[in-house]
Design a protein around this ligand. Structure first.
Ligand SMILES: *[C@@H]1O[C@H](CO)[C@@H](O)[C@H](O)[C@H]1NC(C)=O
Ligand SMILES: *[C@@H]1O[C@H](CO)[C@@H](O)[C@H](O)[C@H]1NC(C)=O
Ligand SMILES: *[C@@H]1O[C@H](CO)[C@@H](O)[C@H](O)[C@H]1NC(C)=O
Ligand SMILES: *[C@@H]1O[C@H](CO)[C@@H](O)[C@H](O)[C@H]1NC(C)=O
Ligand SMILES: *[C@@H]1O[C@H](CO)[C@@H](O)[C@H](O)[C@H]1NC(C)=O
Length: 191
């Protein structure tokens, strides 16, 4: 008997589950489109930034669900960038710590020392960039984000100069692309 009454309820249950699925997969907010469109425009104008990287990075941020416009998205991109360069600086410090115990190649140590300095400046610059962004000083913000972008290339080029394999290639690539994303949005807003 219990089975029968359960069965008679199941169409309603199915309807309920279906509609709750429908509500939770709410696409009426336009954040998906804004991110996709911004990333498409950027990857078209700048071959250094992959569409997929851009979209995945921005969508991975929990706040990106609530973006209403490009200004919101730019703020998110700067915070992602700040988090990324902060993590990379910590990583470099850890590498140097480990290397101290293991007696590293003096060339690599030199490169890592340079990168540590470069990323320390980058953190200061991204913090200033966020202040400028809040004050809508987009031209100033551009200058600071550009220097963060340059930091990742400077760090990576240091290893190339000495012909050693960089342990930071992926992180430098991430910082480079994230800077380019933030720069693109800041420049759109500055128009
Ligand atoms: C929501 O948007 C994504 C990406 O545009 C799409 O793949 C998905 O099918 C949409 N879901 C619904 C329920 O419309
Ligand atoms: C669906 O999108 C609308 C419009 O952006 C928003 O107000 C609402 O909170 C969203 N609902 C859910 C369940 O995400
Ligand atoms: C993307 O580019 C098109 C064509 O230039 C433009 O109309 C649109 O506003 C841009 N979208 C974003 C989000 O930047
Ligand atoms: C892409 O990256 C290269 C090397 O870092 C740089 O010289 C070039 O200007 C970049 N292209 C754009 C469109 O930013
Ligand atoms: C930096 O950002 C990229 C793109 O969002 C992400 O894949 C990577 O895990 C981040 N790295 C760190 C150390 O947070």
């Amino acid at each position: 008997m219990g089975f029968i009454s359960l069965n008679s309820f199941s169409p309603i249950l199915i309807l309920f589950l279906y509609s709750s699925h429908f509500i939770s997969a709410n696409n009426s907010s336009n954040h998906v489109d804004l991110i996709a469109e911004t990333c498409k425009n950027l990857s078209k104008t700048d071959p250094n930034v992959s569409f997929r990287f851009c979209k995945t990075s921005l969508q991975a941020d929990p706040h990106s669900r609530y973006v209403r416009n490009l200004r919101d998205l730019g703020f998110i991109s700067l915070k992602i960038l700040r988090h990324n360069v902060t993590e990379t600086r910590i990583h470099i410090k850890n590498l140097l710590k480990k290397k101290k115990e293991k007696k590293i190649d003096p060339f690599i140590k030199e490169c890592l020392d340079d990168c540590l300095e470069v990323f320390s400046d980058a953190i200061a610059n991204v913090n200033d960039a966020i202040k400028d962004y809040k004050a809508k000083l987009y031209a100033d913000c551009n200058v600071k984000v550009s220097s963060v972008l340059d930091a990742s290339t400077t760090c990576e080029d240091g290893f190339k100069e000495k012909n050693v394999v960089s342990p930071l290639t992926k992180r430098n690539g991430d910082a480079f692309q994230l800077s380019a994303i933030a720069l693109f949005i800041v420049n759109q807003l500055n128009k």
